[in-house]
Design a protein around this ligand. Structure first.
Ligand code: UT7
Length: 326
């Protein structure tokens, strides 16, 4: 049986307890001869602090914490979940998927569980797929999660990247519903740009070949991001028959406050309609949007009935957006 809509019924998130302010990170890097400053980081990115997971904490551990909070908020038992999708580029293992490991930790069985690899667009891709599967009648209650431990793939000798990222997880429960719900989705990729944001290392014959650390051409990513975010915002609004004026909250991928300001300006949205967590979380890749969504729900910014535009962009190059009613 086809379902009319898929609707978010609960949100949850998790940040590892170890919090580093810019000052903490700047002094740690200085001890290794790497020069940066709070001023540079704040001015160029808007980031003031980030959380790093301690050794031993994995993406599935953080996903579990976020999922349990989302299930509690939705009033759904883990056993009712028939689909788990985890957006992550920092999985626990090469395989099996972080989603199946999470399913084991939740103590459930039988529903589909898999990961989506779309880097910082991972949650937008995961939500798009879950929406489609629920509408098709293939699932009825989904956990859609972004969870990342980017601290594990950062090169702390490269100041152009190591100050930007953080760890964390965000989750939503998405349920079949007669009421909206997700209104429209829009996802894209351009494989010409694999080199501008990548971790080239890979497992081969018992060894890692190539650098297993993040490399980014920040300026190239910045320029592409600003263009595609505007494009996908207009596309998803048009698909839903809505306009900028219908948006209560823009929840963009939290990479750089300047990219978010540019997106808002192009959509003629004031910054007080933009959810901002990049200052406290840094860039948590696939986790950034569900982390920001949960923060905004729990702070009372996002209320039932609000229309939200979620937007992601990242390595691949990938990008996309989801327009939804809470
Ligand atoms: O999550 C996926 C999506 N990712 C993104 O959206 C990231 C997009 N890119 C960006 O956010 C920005 O390009 C960055 C924040 C990465 C860099 O900002 P920028 O304004 O593009 O700076 P830049 O790369 O042009 O570097 C400006 C200067 C350079 O020095 P010179 O060549 O002008 O002397 C850099 O060497 O800043 C220097 N610099 C630093 N200085 C102090 C680069 N990193 C640092 C640092 N501390 N950490």
């Amino acid at each position: 049986m086809m379902n009319k809509y898929a609707r978010i019924t609960g949100t949850g998130s998790y940040l590892p307890p170890r919090r580093l302010t810019n000052a903490d990170l700047v002094s740690q890097l200085a001890a290794q001869g790497i020069e940066t400053s709070d001023e540079w980081i704040v001015e160029r990115t808007g980031i003031r602090a980030r959380h790093f997971a301690d050794a031993g904490m994995t993406s599935s551990d953080m996903a579990l914490e976020a999922a349990q909070k989302a299930l509690q908020a939705a009033g759904v038992d883990a056993a009712e979940i028939d689909l788990i999708i985890v957006g992550t580029s920092t999985p626990d293992m090469v395989f099996p998927s972080t989603a199946t490991i999470l399913q084991g930790k939740l103590g459930t069985r039988g529903g589909a569980a898999f990961d989506v690899q779309a880097v910082c667009s991972g949650f937008i891709y995961a939500l798009t797929i879950a929406d489609a599967l629920i509408k098709a009648g293939s699932a009825s209650k989904a956990l859609v999660i972004g969870s990342e431990v980017f601290s594990r793939i950062l090169d702390f000798k490269d100041r152009t990247t190591c100050v930007l990222f953080g760890d964390g997880a965000g989750a939503v429960v998405l349920e079949a519903s007669a009421e909206p719900g997700i209104l429209a989705t829009d996802i894209h990729a351009d494989g010409k740009y694999t080199d501008i944001l990548c971790v080239p290392g890979h497992v081969n014959g018992g060894q890692i070949l190539g650098l297993p650390l993040l490399r980014m051409d920040g300026q190239a990513v910045f320029k592409l991001a600003v263009g595609v975010l505007d494009e996908t915002a207009r596309t998803v609004l048009a698909k839903a028959g809505k306009t900028e004026a219908d948006i209560d909250w823009l929840i963009p991928h939290q990479a750089n406050i300047r990219i978010m300001q540019s997106t808002a300006r192009k959509l003629k949205l004031p910054m007080d309609k933009v959810v901002i967590t990049v200052d406290q979380h840094g860039n948590t890749s696939a986790a950034s949007i569900p982390l920001a969504l949960d923060a905004a729900v729990r702070s009372g910014q996002v209320k039932p009935g609000h229309t939200l535009l979620l937007e992601g962009v990242g390595g691949g190059f990938t990008w996309g957006s989801v327009l939804l009613k809470m």
